[in-house]
Design a protein around this ligand. Structure first.
Ligand code: UD1
Length: 416
């Protein structure tokens, strides 16, 4: 298994380009199932989760071709509407095939996603929403069996804000009979990007980016050209890296308006953040103030940046309260950060972080994607060498991580 070896203490300097967003690419790849002609995507990052999604779609009969950051998907002929356990278990987002399959083919058989390291993460709202649209759904032998000769438009209130739930139902509603109104919908930029792609495919969607999305069903959808939105979480992670190391980093293909909550917190911590329409520059003298964080659905502070901001707080001046409200078990980075000398106490869904002057290199283990990213950040400022084991999690969400960090002057190498 690969490990990352990081020599800490170097202020990051220079510029890098942010990749297309993983969390936008995954639903948009699945949206190809709705189209009768090829969907042509660009800015599709080379990530493990993207590869897993493409393999799943190919298993169903989607013809795909890939070169550089471009992917073409042709779902004109599908030979199975089944997403098997072996594929779904490695990636929860596989549930995103459920809505499109059911809407276009009237049937889907999708394995229930298994347990997940960051909490139980049920899919009940996806299922209830499809049932509200007239689908018959049974859970049998660990599979969601869904049937509907033709989905019908419906008004559906989601009693929790769910990103993939909103995406699944929005995709299904595109081919339903009549109008669907999704209330308390997720407002994440990746939902908006999916909606923009669906609209180019011929869908009639209003309100994406607000908490009420209205979808007027159409008979059929076609392919289109679409460039995936930039990855705000990847950008946010490098912004924290620049802040923690006392560096100056320019991120190209990054949009500040997607990162308001993160930028606000970095400024509170004493970091300078400047931006134009397509880039963000972060400057820091390395002297950071502790900042309280409370995660919540967009536009509030994203749970996918919680671990990284906790890393910043471990070396900031003062005491920070980090509260996680989205996932119940998302503090697995804490005990690994403690191995690097961080002072953190966890009480329920809140972590109290007391900043220390210095972290010290040690061997740590990556446990999930963003936890792994936070350990990389801690390692970049720890004295001596830090070895991060099980870095396959990072390959799920960060394209060319070592190359990008090396381009900024960090001493990072991957070993087997
Ligand atoms: C997506 C993102 C993930 C991010 C998360 C929250 C993708 C591929 N993944 O995950 O990176 O951390 O949003 O921003 O886009 N819930 C239910 N029932 C449901 C669905 C969700 O109770 O049917 C709960 C979950 O357990 C969780 C909360 O709702 O507590 C939010 O989860 P959700 O937004 O669905 O997360 P994902 O879409 O899986």
């Amino acid at each position: 298994m690969d490990k990352l070896v990081i020599e800490g203490g170097i202020p990051l300097q220079g510029e890098i380009t942010i990749s297309g967003a993983k969390n936008a690419a995954l639903p948009i790849l699945c949206a190809s199932l709705l189209a009768e002609t090829p969907l042509k995507l660009s800015a599709v990052a080379k990530l493990k989760d993207v590869g897993t999604t493409i393999t799943l779609l190919e298993h169903m009969g989607v013809q795909t071709s890939r070169s550089e950051d471009r992917v073409v998907l042709d779902a004109s002929h599908i030979h199975t509407q089944e997403a098997p356990y072996e594929m779904v278990k490695t990636m929860r987002a596989s549930i995103l095939v459920l809505g499109p399959l059911l809407a276009r083919f009237g049937h889907a058989r999708v394995s229930l996603p298994g347990g997940c390291a960051i909490g139980s993460r049920p899919v009940d709202l996806h299922i209830k929403g499809l049932q509200a649209m007239g689908a018959e759904i049974h859970i049998e032998h660990g599979y969601i069996e869904a049937h509907a000769i033709k989905l019908k438009g419906a008004r559906y209130f989601m009693d929790m804000v769910t990103v993939t739930g909103t995406e699944n139902l929005m995709m299904a509603a595109c081919l339903a009979d009549g109008t669907t109104v999704l209330e308390n919908a997720a407002k994440e930029p990746e939902v908006v990007d999916l909606a923009e792609c669906l609209i180019k495919m011929g869908a009639r969607i209003e309100g994406a980016g607000t908490d009420i999305i209205t979808i007027h069903g159409v008979e059929r959808l076609h392919g289109c050209d679409h460039q995936v939105v930039c990855d705000r979480i990847e950008a946010g992670t490098y912004m924290v890296a620049a802040a923690m190391t006392g560096g100056c980093v320019k991120l190209n293909n990054a949009r500040a308006e997607l990162l308001d909550a993160v930028i606000e917190k970095l400024r509170d911590a004493g970091v300078t953040v400047e931006s134009d329409a397509t880039s963000i520059t972060v400057k820091s003298n390395g002297k950071l103030k502790a900042v309280n964080i409370r995660t919540a659905p967009h536009p509030a502070f994203p749970t996918d940046m919680q671990a990284q901001m906790m890393a910043l707080n471990t070396i900031a001046d003062g005491v920070a309260k980090v509260t996680e409200t989205i996932f119940e078990n998302r503090f697995m980075h804490v005990q690994e950060m403690q191995r690097l000398g961080a002072q953190i106490e966890v009480e329920g869904n809140t972590a109290i972080v007391r900043g220390v002057p210095k972290l010290e290199g040690a061997t740590v283990m990556a446990t999930d994607l963003r936890a792994s990213a936070s350990l990389v950040l801690a390692a970049l400022v720890a004295s001596g060498e830090t070895i991060i084991e099980r870095i396959y999690h990072l390959d799920r969400g960060y394209e060319n991580l070592e190359e990008k960090l090396t381009a900024l002057g960090a001493k990072v190498k991957r070993t087997s």
